[in-house]
Design a protein around this ligand. Structure first.
Ligand code: GLY
Length: 394
């Protein structure tokens, strides 16, 4: 080697670009299937999961026009108990997985009409949820404001601590032989019209048979990716607060409580550890991750309307993260129009929920070349110009 040369080389079957929870679960599952796998990320286990509340809310986050996404969300929710048990058994780590259920409440007549609509949609979709009067809501959660006008009890929407999940996935990858390149991917390497790895910021040329781009909101910015396969993801800012609940007789809150207040979502997620997560704003502000007085004020104001007692609690953290939004709010999973390049990104509001099914789907397609049935509607090719043309009405 010449004394001035700094480049080194590495090679694997699969190179995952992005070490957030989606990249990590992909790498772990791929390695379990016998593929030599590497992850490139300066800080594996970071990303949007560092800020996320970790609601597993397939039923309470249902929206009109998103029934296909609902199928994937439910498939992932069903896998959570086994997924969490397997990860805990492998790593010895507690993930903060709480099968606590969720209560979505209404504070005024408009909110109540909105919740009634959601209830009807849930019932049409065959989902379990139960309408409760305000009094019944307060019987379940005595800290709720006296003004709560009614609510939906959803016993199947749970929570996990995303920071613990991310840490456990790093440990699971290490135990399964995944190699970590703790640096940035500078550009995708393309050889003879095929993705062949990446050039890393530390000079490493990381060659790979297949490359998975799992860079969250940054996925659309990797140099070297041809324009027509660049994922159409954008950052959607969310500000989130963390408070500490008192340790005393009876829980402060025993389940996730959420509402839409003046058109904005607010949720309170109580962890077994005593942490209370209050989220989240939803702001289209590009790459801005500033925590603003206005964001904190709105979250506290809305959360206080639901649970007045929160103003007594210590405020321990304020953070902002970036959700990877996609044009149809659903993820992009699997092969792209460039051979050897796959995507696992665009999970928007459901990244934590979709972690198990994403890992399974990506491992399957990396080994067999085919997406499993439940993931096929989420092919990135739905956004490619050629596919759009063939779907035009005659
Ligand atoms: N899934 C909750 C959020 O994105 O704020």
């Amino acid at each position: 080697m010449s004394p001035t040369s700094t480049s080194t080389s590495a090679s694997s079957d699969v190179l995952v670009i992005g070490g957030g929870i989606i990249g990590l679960v992909t790498a772990w599952r791929a390695a379990q299937r016998g593929l030599a796998t590497a992850v490139v990320d300066p800080e594996p286990g970071g990303g949007a999961a560092e800020v996320a509340a970790g609601m597993l809310a397939a039923v309470t986050e249902l929206h009109y026009g998103e029934q296909t996404l609902l199928g994937l969300n439910l498939a992932s929710a069903r896998r959570y108990p086994d997924f969490a048990a397997e990860l805990t058994e492998l790593t010895g780590r507690d993930l903060g997985y709480r099968r606590c259920g969720t209560l979505a409440v209404a504070l005024d007549a408009d909110d109540r009409a909105h919740l009634r609509e959601l209830h009807a949609l849930q019932q049409q979709s065959g989902l379990e949820s139960q309408w409760l009067s305000g009094r019944e809501c307060r019987r379940l959660e005595p800290m709720l404001a006296p003004g709560v006008r009614g609510g939906l009890r959803v016993d199947g929407d749970h929570q996990i601590d995303p920071r613990r999940l991310a840490g456990a996935l790093v440990a699971a990858c290490e135990r399964t032989g995944v190699v970590f390149h703790r640096t940035w991917a500078e550009r995708l390497a393309v050889v003879r019209d095929r993705a062949a790895g990446a050039v890393l910021a530390d000079g490493t040329e990381a060659a790979a048979g297949q490359v998975v781009l799992a860079g969250g909101s940054l996925s659309g910015r990797l140099a070297g990716v041809p324009e027509d396969v660049l994922p159409p993801v954008r950052p959607v800012k969310g500000q989130v607060l963390r408070l500490t609940m008192p340790r005393r007789h009876g829980p402060f809150l025993s389940r996730t409580v959420r509402a839409v207040v003046r058109g904005s979502h607010v949720y309170l997620v109580p962890r077994a550890s005593g942490e209370l997560v209050v989220g989240a704003t939803s702001e289209e502000l590009g790459w801005d991750t500033t925590v603003t007085a206005g964001g904190v004020y709105e979250l506290l104001r809305d959360a206080h309307e639901l649970v007045p007692g929160i103003t007594e609690l210590p405020l321990t953290e304020t953070r902002a993260g970036l959700r990877p939004g996609s044009p149809d709010n659903a993820p992009l999973l699997g092969p792209t129009g460039l051979d050897g390049l796959l995507l696992a990104t665009g999970h928007y509001r459901n990244g934590v929920l979709l972690t198990p099914v994403t890992g399974d789907a990506l491992a399957h397609v990396l080994v067999t070349g085919e997406l499993p049935e439940e993931a096929r509607p989420f092919t990135p090719k739905r956004f490619s110009p050629a596919t759009a043309l063939t779907e035009q009405p005659a």
